[in-house]
Write a protein that binds this ligand. Structure first.
Ligand SMILES: *Cc1c(COP(=O)(O)O)cnc(C)c1O
Length: 430
C-alpha cells in the first residue's frame, strides 16, 4: 500500500476551497479520522485512488453500482446518448421509456416523476402527500435518513448521527415542528403520534429496511402495521426506497415484504451513477402534481437524457437478468454467514445485520432493532476496524452507521479475503 501522499495534499487544498474538503459530509472520514482517499477511477468491484492503491469497493457509490462499475450496457447507452446533446429542457422519448420501465417493474407505481436526487424525490413526495391530504404533519422514524431537506433533518441517522449534531442548524423551528418522530420497529410509538395529532398527519415516511443507521430490518408485522395505521387515519404511506429500490428485488422492499405503499421514492440504482431520483405511486396522488394539479414541483435538468439513458440501461438489464438478484443476494448471505462465524470464533461483541446485498457489522453486544440500540455501537472500535481494512485494500463506508453494498461484480474470493482480514483484526485486537 502506497502512503496516501497525493490524497493528503489534495485534502489539504480541498479544505481551503470546499467546506470540510468534501461535497458530502461522510466522505471526510470525520467519524473514523485520517485522510479520505481521493479516488481516480473504478472498474467492476474495484476502486483506485490517486496514489495508485487498489481497493475492493464495498461502497459502490452508496448503492447505485449494483452491477459493478463500468457495466458495458450502461456505458454503451451513455456513450450513445451524449452524441445527441447533453440536455434539452424539453420532453424526450427516454423519459417515457423510463416511466414505463418503473411502472411496469414496481406494481404500486402507477405514475412517476423524475427528479435529480433522492433528497428531491423525498421532498417532492412529502409535498404531494401534504397537498393531497390537506394536512401538514409528517411521521418519520429516528435513525431513518431521507436526504437533507429541512423537514427531514430530524433524528436523521447516518452523517448527522456521527457528526454529533442531533439536528441541523439552519432548520427553522416551524419546519421541524411538523415532523413527528417515532421509534423504528415500534408500532405503539406511531399509534401514539396519530392519537395525539388527530386528523393532522399527512404521511408516514420510512426506509422499509433502514440502511442509514447501519442496516436495521423491519420486524415481522411492522410494515403491515404501518399500512393499517395509515389506512385507519387517512395518511399516505411513503416508502423511501432510495437504497432498497431495485436492490432488494426488482420490486424493492415492497415486493420482498409484501406491503404496498401509496407513494415511494427512488434514487441511487435508478440513475446507475448519474444524478437521478424519482417518486411515484397512486395515480390519484400523483395527479395532484403540477401541471395537472396544484402541488408545484419542477426541475431544469429533471429527466436529463444522458441520465435517463444510464438508468434505463441498468434497470432493463436488471429486469431482463433477474439472476442478478439471486447472485448478489447469495453473496450477501455468504458474507453474513462468514462474518457471524468469525465473530463467534472470537467471542467478539458484535452484531451482523442485513438483507440481500446490504450487510452491516455493528460493534455492540446488543441486538440492533432501532436508533437507540444502534447508538450503543462502539464507534472508536469501528474506526480501528475501518482503518485496518483500508490498509489492506478494503474500501468500506467510513462510518459505523452505513451499509456494506455488494454488487454482482464482487466474487467469493473478494469476500473470503475480507473474512480472513476480519479474523486477523479480531486476533490482533480482541
Ligand atoms: C441517499 C438517500 C437519500 C438521499 O438521496 P441523495 O441522492 O443523496 O439526495 C434519501 N433517502 C435514503 C433512504 C437514502 O439512502
Amino acid at each position: 500500500m502506497n502512503t496516501p501522499e497525493q490524497s493528503q495534499s489534495l485534502f489539504a487544498r480541498a479544505q481551503e476551497l470546499i467546506p470540510g474538503g468534501v461535497n458530502s459530509p461522510v466522505r471526510a472520514f470525520g467519524s473514523v479520522g485520517g485522510t479520505p482517499r481521493f479516488m481516480q477511477r473504478a472498474d467492476r468491484q474495484m476502486i483506485y485512488d490517486v496514489d495508485g492503491n487498489a481497493y475492493v469497493d464495498y461502497i459502490g457509490s452508496w448503492g447505485p453500482m449494483i452491477l459493478g462499475h463500468n457495466h458495458p450496457a450502461v456505458l454503451r447507452a451513455v456513450q450513445q446518448a451524449i452524441g445527441n446533446g447533453l440536455s434539452f429542457g424539453a420532453a424526450t422519448q427516454a423519459e417515457v421509456e423510463m416511466a414505463s420501465l418503473v411502472c411496469s417493474m414496481v406494481p404500486s407505481v402507477e405514475m412517476v416523476r423524475m427528479v435529480n436526487s433522492g433528497t428531491e424525490a423525498v421532498m417532492s413526495a412529502v409535498r404531494a402527500a401534504r397537498g393531497y391530504t390537506g394536512r401538514d404533519r409528517i411521521i418519520k422514524f429516528a435513525g431513518c435518513y431521507h436526504g437533507h431537506c429541512d423537514a427531514m433533518l430530524v433524528k436523521a441517522g447516518s452523517g448527522v448521527m456521527t457528526s454529533g449534531v442531533p439536528d441541523s442548524a439552519g432548520v427553522p423551528a416551524g419546519c421541524a415542528m411538523d415532523t413527528l418522530t417515532a421509534a423504528y420497529n415500534d408500532l405503539d410509538s406511531v399509534r401514539e403520534l396519530f392519537s395525539e395529532n388527530p386528523g393532522q398527519v399527512a404521511a408516514v415516511i420510512l426506509e422499509p429496511v433502514a440502511a442509514n443507521m447501519g442496516v436495521v430490518e423491519p420486524k415481522e408485522g411492522f410494515l403491515k402495521g404501518l399500512r393499517q395505521l395509515c389506512d385507519e387515519n387517512g395518511a399516505v404511506l411513503i416508502f423511501d426506497e432510495v437504497i432498497t429500490g431495485f436492490r432488494l428485488s426488482l420490486t424493492g422492499a415492497q415486493g420482498v415484504y409484501g406491503v404496498t405503499p401509496d407513494l415511494c421514492t427512488f434514487g441511487k440504482i435508478i440513475g446507475a451513477g448519474m444524478p437521478v431520483g424519482a417518486y411515484g405511486g397512486k395515480r390519484e396522488i400523483m395527479q395532484t402534481i403540477s401541471p395537472v394539479g396544484r402541488v408545484y414541483q419542477a426541475g431544469t435538468l429533471s429527466g436529463n437524457p444522458v441520465a435517463m439513458a444510464a438508468g434505463i440501461a441498468q434497470l432493463s438489464h436488471l429486469r431482463d437478468t433477474p439472476e442478478v438478484y439471486t447472485q448478489v443476494n447469495a453473496l450477501g448471505d455468504y458474507l453474513r454467514d462468514g462474518m457471524r462465524r468469525v465473530i463467534e470464533a472470537h467471542h467478539a461483541p458484535c452484531q451482523v445485520t442485513g438483507v440481500g446485498s446490504l450487510c452491516c457489522l455493528f460493534f455492540t453486544p446488543e441486538p440492533v432493532t432501532d436508533y437507540e440500540s444502534a447508538k450503543t455501537a462502539d464507534t472508536a472500535r469501528f474506526a480501528r476496524y475501518f482503518h485496518f481494512m483500508l490498509q489492506h485494500g478494503q474500501s468500506l463506508a467510513p462510518s459505523q452507521f452505513e451499509a456494506i453494498f455488494l454488487s454482482c461484480a464482487h466474487t467469493r474470493e473478494n469476500l473470503d479475503e475480507y473474512l480472513e482480514l476480519l479474523d486477523r483484526f479480531f486476533t490482533q485486537q480482541p
